[in-house]
Each structure stands twice: as structure tokens, then as C-alpha cells.
Ligand binder design. Structure first.
Ligand SMILES: [Zn+2]
Length: 754
């Protein structure tokens, strides 16, 4: 569990918070195996015996004062009696007890009754493939699924289904694959003529991976796109013979979730559905009207980009609820450059705990690699995340219109405050909170009690057979997957800042950026992209003004009466704040906040919103302000960091640049590079080693490009050189981009300070 706060020294009270102009909060990556400095938890068992405070329910931790019979809660100060079993345990040497030796523990919990009954949970996977598509789409999907089959552990069950104007279920357990079709009624009201269970019993459909791999592959080979002839002879004929389309995604998903749901809690604890889609659903239930893509320009009076951000139907939110109730988590893979309205579709994936992937073309799609990667990493499910703080402050969640998007993909619990259910998450998934003071008092200036945050994360993992060698298991259970319920707790103490400069000096700019990104995503979903941009601009103006005020005050106190009238727009006295103007500028230049007129596809914007809202701060930094490293040869790095400006490139004189924009990696050889330098860089060189390292540590597979200036089209690289671009994209690219942005902010600051 990695936790990073916006500042390691917290503001002393709400006046100090306001005066700083900074957001206050933290990001948490609960399933990360290490903490933010690379240290793992102390492992143990019997998490249910860990003493809890009778007042605030916080767990006992290393910051609590312990007497022989009692302990004092480090969060609320309550004196609690120690249970007798704990008295006995805590009298042993402390280093053998996880909660006494570390403030970061991971303890096994006993399974509850229903989980106990199904400890042999088999991993279940279902692929649902869009046949209302193209040969290229199916080729790509096939190679992705073949990669997936290699990654699935033995003992997993796999089902293959297709959808178009009908649902196809494949039986791959017999000698040759057999498909059963169920036709989808064209209108949204009518139900399927036949339950899927009646078409094919679920346990016949779900095949063991280890014995059926070849027949699953053979079945994949038989997949063909639905032809228009097939469509028109099917049920897809509309009034007057007009073709009504044939992508019955909504009906198919609903039917498949219900189908799987019958074995939820019996065969499996979590089933994962991979849905591959090549365009908008246009048939059966959950049809989407894509004409709004063209109509946005007609609505002159509102933000054109806002028109495409809200969902057009609650169908996919409701569908996510059905998925969750059926124990299903949905990963949605959209391979299309057509407007697909991911703004509506995204809910089925993110609210069921899955991910949303968008590939604009089948040519350079990293789908097979993403699939392999996703299945090869551990995941936690049925998670509960609870953040507790000491009494002076509290986590704030005021903007809950999009619960899934708010501060990451999770559901707030309807009953308990600050408790979130996470259906499924991997070790990368990151969530953000912001804080506010519980009252006007704030932290006492002279108190010895520092601010404390405790994050408890309860989760279930499926342990594959090879992971259980050491456990004492009955022999009948050997070779089977087992469920394990665990409790991970991290308790952290922070300091308070005695003055504003201490706050500024302890800022983590990447976490500040994370909170800003979460906030602008929320604002743009609610009020449009224009409002999101305005919020960001105003935020920087206020921060700069507050910083200048604070700095001038220090000068004044030092007796420097001739205060400078010059506004310090670059935060020259505070290295921790200095990156922020650049990051804000880059965020305004990011497709997340750029206008549609600049060629940002609405589906791509939604994809980025979903991706960025679960990235940990350093990855997000890279996605917003890509890192640019120069090399003098493929084996020798020249300079570790360049600003994203053409001028910086030219003055550096380096022949090779490596740009990392999180989703894209570009190796760029300048036109002046020595022709004897090998291109592309050879496999065993330092540059390649660095590229591979970057690729390995990433939640998605970045797209890798090699560009030679003067020989290849360099647009992809040049687009990332943002510092010479106009901040709002309205004018021509000029050499004044970032500079004139600072001028503009500086003027606004001057007006604000008056
Ligand atoms: Zn307490």
C-alpha cells in the first residue's frame, strides 16, 4: 500500500489551509505490494484478533501507547482495555508480532461462512466478441485471446461467446466446437426468446482451460463477421427494409451476466468478462444514438464539449449493477475510430471494477500485450477501503455525482461514511482523497499529538495451487485454487507546519497534480471542459498570489521594506512549487482538457479520464508532462530531463531523444544525428534497456515509435513539444506558448492581489 500526501507537513488550521492556496489530501494505492518507499508490510494471520478502538474503530498500531492492560488510540486518544488474548500475545517479544513491529501490516482473516463453503473458487473468464465487425477486428481479438489463454492459470474456466443480432455460445468440450445461437429481439422492450441456460447449460459452456485450449483456439478460428445478407435475413430488418444495425451489445451483456450469475458463490467468487466491441450498440437493449456527435455543434449556446460528456442512457449503469450482483467484473476493449459513446458505455466497466481500453486502429493496437499483462498480474476483489483520521480533520467527499469517477473507480458505501467498496483492483489502481478540518480549531500549535491517518483495506485474493505449498491443507484440496481474505493496514503520522513556508517546502507536486486532475475531471463531467480549464487557471492564479503574499511578508519581517512589486510567477524561492505552473500548462494542453475543435475525439477524452483517474502520482505526472531524456549514442545518456520545447532540443545539441508520455514512447533521432548511429537502436543498448524497463513497470502497454527527423513524419513527436504551443490552441503555434501563458497568469495575479 503506497500512500502519498500533498504535503508531509499539514496546515495547522483552516485559515492556514486557505492561505496556502494548495489542495490538501493524499493518494492511496491499496493493493501495491510495497509502500511508497519500497518497503513491504509485516505479514501475519488472525487479523480479526487485532484490537480496535471502542470509540473510533481504528485498529491498534505502532503509534498507540501500550500498557500492560490497556492501550491509547493514536487517532482519537481513547483509552481502551486490552482483550485477554492480546495481553497474552503482546507479552511476547515484539518483533514476532506484525502490528507491534510495523505500521504497515497485512494479516490473513478467517473466511466467513459463505466464503468458507466455496474456498475452491475457480477463476472464470468469459470473452464476448462483437461479430458485427470486420476481419481485422476479429484477427486482433483472436490474437489477444490466444495471448490470454497462455496467461490463464490451470484450473481456470473459459467461455467463448459472440454477439451481433444474435448471441452465440460455444461448446468446446466435445470433439469439435459447437455453437448455439439465440436471436436478440430488435427492440429494447422484448426479452430474449430463450434463456441462455436453456440454450446451453453454463457448465457445458465454461470449459477447463488446460484441457480445452486447442479447441478454444479452433473455435476462435471459425469466427467471421456477420454479413449484411445474414443481418437482413435475420431479425434486423426494420420498417421498409431499412437495415437496423446489428450490434446487440446491451442485450447480450445483460443475458451473459445473468447466465454467469447462477454459479456466483458456487463455482466462482469473481468472473471476469472481456467484452470486445467495434462500434456503438445499435440493436436490442441499450442502443446508443450516435447522431449527437454531429449535433454538438448545433448547440451554440452551451459548451460543445460538454454535450458529449454525460451518458445518454442509465442503461449501462444499471447493467454494471447487474454485473456486480452476478459476481462479474467487465473489462471493455473498444477497437474503433468511429464515435462509440464511451461516455455511456464506460459505466459497465468502471462500475463493475474493470478497465476501459480504447484502440483507435487495429494496425498498431497493443491489445494482445495489454491482455496478457492484465491477466498475469494479481488482483484483489470484494475490497473495502476505509480511511480514518485523527479527530481534528476528516476526509471530504462533497462531489459525488459520479461516484465511480470521483477520486478513482469505487462505490461509496451508502451507509457508512468514508468507506468505499472496490469490486476489483490491481496493484496499480490508485484512489485520492481530500481533507478538510473537522472544526475551526485545527491542530493545536503546542500539541504533542501529531495528525494520524489510518487506511484499512480488506480484500480477497485467489491463491493459485502453487502458492499453497506451505499451508496445511487436506489432500482433497491440493491442486485447487483457494480464496484468501486479508486485511492490510497502514498507519501514518504526519507533522504540522508552523508557518506557510514549511507547508510549501514539504509539498509533493506530483500529488498536488493528482488531486487537481481528479478535480478537473469531475468539474468537466459536470460543467464541461471549459469550466474545468477555468478552474485550473484560477487555481494557479490564487496559489501564485498566496505564495507571493507569503514571500513578501517574510521579506517585510526581515526588515526589507522595499518590497518588490514584481510578481514571482516561477516560485523561484520554493523548489517544491516550481514545477506547478508547467504542470498546469501541460494539463491545459492535454487532450483531457483540450477542445474538440483541436481534434480531440470525445471517446478518447473519456478513455483518458478513466485511465488518469486511477494512475498513481508519478505515472500521472508522466502522462501529463512527458519525460524527455537525451542520448549522445544509444549507449550513453546525455541529459536526464529536458523541458518539452523545440528550443531546448536544439540548444542541447543531442542527436537522440527518448520521450515517455505514459501511453506512448517515442525514440527521436534529430536530422543532425551522425548517420553512423544505428537506427533503430540495437536490442542490447542502454536506450533499449531503459525502454524495456519503462514498459515492464506499466499498467498498460505503451505504444513504441521510432522517428527520424527529415525521413519520417515527425508530427507525433512534435505534438508533445508543448511549450511553444498556445495554451488554448486558438492561435498558431508560436514561440511564446508557455512564456505568454505565464505572462497571462502574472496579469491575473496582479489583478487578484489588488
Ligand atoms: Zn480511537
Amino acid at each position: 500500500m503506497a500512500v502519498r500526501a500533498t504535503a508531509s507537513r499539514f496546515p495547522i488550521d483552516s485559515d492556514a489551509l486557505e492561505a496556502s492556496g494548495l489542495p490538501w489530501g493524499l493518494t492511496v494505492t491499496p493493493f501495491a505490494s510495497k509502500d511508497e518507499s519500497g518497503i513491504g508490510p509485516a505479514y501475519g494471520s488472525n487479523g480479526h484478533l487485532l484490537p480496535r478502538c471502542e470509540h473510533c474503530y481504528a485498529y491498534f498500531n505502532t503509534y498507540c501507547e501500550l500498557d500492560q492492560w490497556a492501550w491509547t488510540c493514536s487517532l482519537c486518544g481513547t483509552l481502551n482495555g486490552l482483550p485477554s488474548d492480546a495481553i497474552a500475545r503482546y507479552s511476547y517479544p515484539h518483533d514476532s508480532i506484525p502490528e507491534m513491529s510495523s505500521s504497515f501490516v497485512d494479516l490473513e482473516l478467517p473466511l466467513d461462512g459463505s466464503e468458507q463453503e466455496m474456498t475452491q473458487a475457480r477463476p472464470v473468464y468469459l470473452a464476448a466478441i462483437d461479430l458485427s465487425s470486420s476481419e481485422e477486428f476479429l484477427e486482433l481479438t483472436k490474437s489477444a485471446l490466444l495471448a490470454a489463454l497462455e496467461a490463464l492459470s490451470p484450473g481456470s474456466l473459459f467461455g467463448l461467446a459472440t454477439f451481433s443480432h444474435k448471441i452465440g455460445l460455444y461448446d468446446v468440450q466435445g470433439p469439435i466446437p459447437v455453437v448455439k445461437n439465440v436471436f436478440i429481439p430488435p427492440d429494447a422492450e422484448r426479452k430474449l426468446p430463450l434463456e441462455l441456460e436453456d440454450a446451453m447449460p453454463l457448465l457445458q459452456f465454461l470449459a477447463p482451460v488446460e484441457t480445452c485450449k486447442d479447441r478454444i483456439a479452433a473455435a476462435l478460428e471459425t469466427l467471421r463477421p456477420i454479413t449484411s445478407w445474414e443481418r437482413s435475413s435475420g431479425a434486423a430488418q426494420g420498417i421498409d427494409g431499412v437495415l437496423m444495425g446489428g450490434r446487440g451489445f446491451g442485450t447480450a451483456m445483460e443475458a451473459l451476466f445473468n447466465y454467469l450469475g447462477s454459479e456466483f458463490g458456487n463455482t466462482f467468487a469473481l468472473a471476469r468478462v472481456f467484452a470486445f466491441i467495434s462500434g456503438p450498440p445499435d440493436y436490442g437493449r441499450g442502443q446508443l444514438d450516435t447522431s449527437r456527435y454531429g449535433e454538438q455543434y448545433a448547440s451554440k449556446r452551451v459548451d460543445a464539449d460538454r454535450a458529449l460528456l454525460p451518458e445518454q442512457t442509465p442503461f449501462y449503469k444499471d447493467l454494471a449493477t447487474i454485473a456486480v450482483e452476478s459476481g462479474v467484473c467487465v473489462d471493455l476493449f473498444a477497437v474503433t475510430n468511429e464515435y462509440t459513446d464511451l461516455a455511456s458505455l464506460k459505466f459497465v466497466s468502471i462500475e463493475s471494477g474493470g478497465s476501459l481500453f480504447l484502440y483507435s486502429s487495429t494496425d498498431d493496437s497493443t491489445l494482445p500485450q495489454d491482455m496478457f499483462r492484465m491477466l498475469n498480474r494479481p488482483y484483489a476483489f470484494n475490497c473495502v477501503l476505509r480511511l480514518r483520521t485523527s479527530t481534528e480533520f476528516k476526509p471530504l467527499h462533497s462531489l459525488t455525482i459520479y461516484p465511480c469517477m470521483q477520486y478513482g473507480h469505487f462505490f461509496p458505501d451508502p451507509q457508512y461514511e468514508n468507506l468505499q467498496h472496490i469490486i476489483c483492483c490491481d496493484s496499480y489502481a490508485t484512489y485520492a482523497y481530500d481533507f478538510d478540518f473537522a472544526n475551526n480549531t485545527g491542530f493545536s500549535r503546542h500539541s504533542r499529538e501529531p495528525p494520524v491517518v489510518q487506511i484499512a483495506f480488506q480484500y480477497t485474493v485467489v491463491v493459485p495451487p502453487e502458492g499453497l505449498q506451505n499451508s496445511e491443507l487436506p489432500s482433497s484440496n491440493r491442486g485447487k485454487h483457494l480464496l484468501q481474505r486479508r486485511l492490510r493496514i497502514r498507519t501514518m503520522q504526519f507533522e504540522t507546519a508552523q508557518n506557510i513556508n514549511e507547508t510549501y517546502d514539504s509539498v509533493d507536486p506530483e500529488v498536488v497534480l493528482s488531486l487537481l486532475v481528479h478535480k478537473v475531471i469531475l468539474v468537466s463531467l459536470e460543467d464541461g471542459v471549459r469550466e474545468g480549464r477555468a478552474l485550473l487557471h484560477d487555481w494557479l492564479v490564487i496559489l501564485t498570489a498566496q505564495y507571493n503574499d507569503a514571500y513578501n511578508l517574510v521579506q517585510y519581517k526581515k526588515g526589507n521594506k522595499s518590497m518588490s512589486s514584481q510578481i514571482d510567477i516561477t516560485f523561484s524561492q520554493c523548489p517544491q512549487l516550481e514545477p506547478l505552473p508547467r504542470l498546469v500548462f501541460a494539463l491545459l494542453r492535454n487532450p483531457l482538457l483540450r477542445f474538440h475543435e483541436e481534434g480531440v475525439h470525445p471517446d478518447y477524452r473519456i478513455y483518458l479520464q478513466c485511465l488518469f483517474s486511477v494512475l498513481e502520482p508519478s505515472s500521472l505526472h508522466c502522462g501529463i508532462y512527458p519525460s524527455l531524456v537525451s542520448y549522445s549514442t544509444p549507449d550513453k545518456q546525455a541529459y536526464p530531463r529536458h523541458s518539452l520545447s523545440r528550443a531546448a532540443l536544439i540548444t542541447s545539441g543531442s542527436p537522440i531523444f527518448f520521450l515517455d508520455a505514459y501511453t506512448t514512447l517515442i525514440v527521436f533521432y534529430t536530422s543532425t544525428a551522425d548517420p553512423s548511429l544505428p537506427f533503430p537502436p540495437p536490442q542490447d543498448c542502454l536506450l533499449r534497456k531503459n525502454i524495456n524497463m519503462v514498459k515492464q513497470g506499466r499498467s498498460i502497454t505503451p505504444k513504441l515509435m521510432f522517428i527520424r527527423e527529415g525521413k519520417d513524419d515527425a508530427t507525433a513527436f512534435e505534438n508533445y513539444l508543448i511549450e511553444e504551443q498556445d495554451v488554448d490552441g486558438s492561435g498558431f503555434a508560436s514561440a511564446r506558448g508557455f512564456v505568454s501563458f505565464l505572462d497571462d497568469v502574472s496579469q491575473s495575479v496582479a489583478e487578484y492581489m489588488k
